[in-house]
Design a protein around this ligand. Sequence first.
Ligand code: ADP
Length: 497
Amino acid sequence: MLVVMATTVLAILLAGMGILAADSVLFQRSIRTDLTALSSIIADNLTASLMFDDPPAARETLATLRARAHVVCACAFKPGNILFATYARNATKPECPLPQSSLIQDRPGELVVSRPILMDGKAVGSLVVVYDRRESSQRIEVFGGTVIAVLLLSTLIALAWSARLRSLLTMPVVELARVTTEISRSRDYGIRAKKYTGDELGLLVDTFNEMLASIQLRDDELAQALAVKGRALHEVEEARKSLEATIKNVARLNADLSRSNESLARSNEDLERFAFVASHDLQEPLRMIGIHSQLISRNYAEILDQRASKWIETIDAAAKRMRLLLADLLAYAEIGAPSEAPGRQVDLNEVVQKAKENLSLAIAENDAVVVSDELPALLGYESHFIPLFQNLIGNAIKYRAAAPPVIRISAASSDGRVQICVADNGIGIAPEYHAKIFIPFKRLHGATVPGTGIGLAICQRVVEKYGGRIWVESDGASGSSFYFTLRSRTLPPSEGG
Ligand code: ADP
């Protein structure tokens, strides 16, 4: 508004002053021309009056100057500057200066025009006209007043116009500035600028609002992304912590496990040693008990009554059973002992043959039939493989059903392993005992069938020693099938012999 006002006022002021100055100069010039022309006419009209020496006519001629309000006075002189006739605007006495040689003379507040009165080119008198310069200053005053009035009016119009412009031009800009300040203060991109017009400024406001909307959208997306990132980081941190805790736990458990493993291995070793020593050393006193009980029953048969003979028989039977137990225990312990050398190539067909020979009495007594496929040769010890097959075939006969036992031995090879099956048609094993029967001393039919309960434990030990596993399949009614796998390592021909 100030700019508009100042521009308007200055422009009008400068224009007014310029016009005033030009007008003043032009007016001065026109006054001079006008006065020169007027005095020429009056001088011409005075010629006759001077010729006929008629002052009243001369006064009348001079009185025509009344039409010019600013002519103060005028005087006609006869030659020798003798006053002939006068005219004064106000009824006062005219104060005409004497005629001068120059046509127009400037005096303070006055302009004096001197003019010779001619008759046939000869001067018959002079005319002096005094002009009051105040007309010019009055004109300047009027003009100045007009300029000031125009100035005031223009200022008012400029004021009204700039107020209108303000709403058109500055309001949208002011609104934009306000919204910008508000947003930078509150960081709230949801604020929008008010649209005042539909012109370019309105378009600017629309564009500004669209820009705000897109910033707000990006802001929201950024906030969401940050929140997601924060959550993810938190979860990762939680997961890392729990992983660390788990790793620590696992490490602790590992340490515990290896400690327990060590102690287990130590106690196993101790137990093995004890079993070995016990079963080995107990055999001798046991043998002595057996021999001496037999000596007593043989040498003192006539003095022993029936009760004493029965007791000695019981001692003998217990000693026998204990000898069997110790033998099995010793075998079990021996298999558990680490073997340094890899052994030699053992033909499993021969092993089966030897096991059958060892069981020939039982086979014969039970009319048992043992049928065997062609079996492979493996690297190891015969002393390990014979008890393995012997226990399985022996059990198949011991735990027979009513029908004579039929035992089938089959083999299959895959992935560097041999899988052998010993199937019988015996009484079978209920599924809930399939795992338990491999535990040492675990027996299912101990009351009716003789045995130590170590046979299958020995089998398991042998199989595990050769990197395999053993299991049984049976529905508990129609026979059992014992499966075991063995690593099928063989020696190169030169070593195997
Ligand atoms: P033992 O034969 O001296 O009792 P084992 O360890 O050889 O000991 O067998 C454990 C138990 O498994 C046996 O007491 C028996 O109850 C059961 N068993 C083993 N082999 C068979 C089989 N072929 N049929 C049925 N039961 C069996």
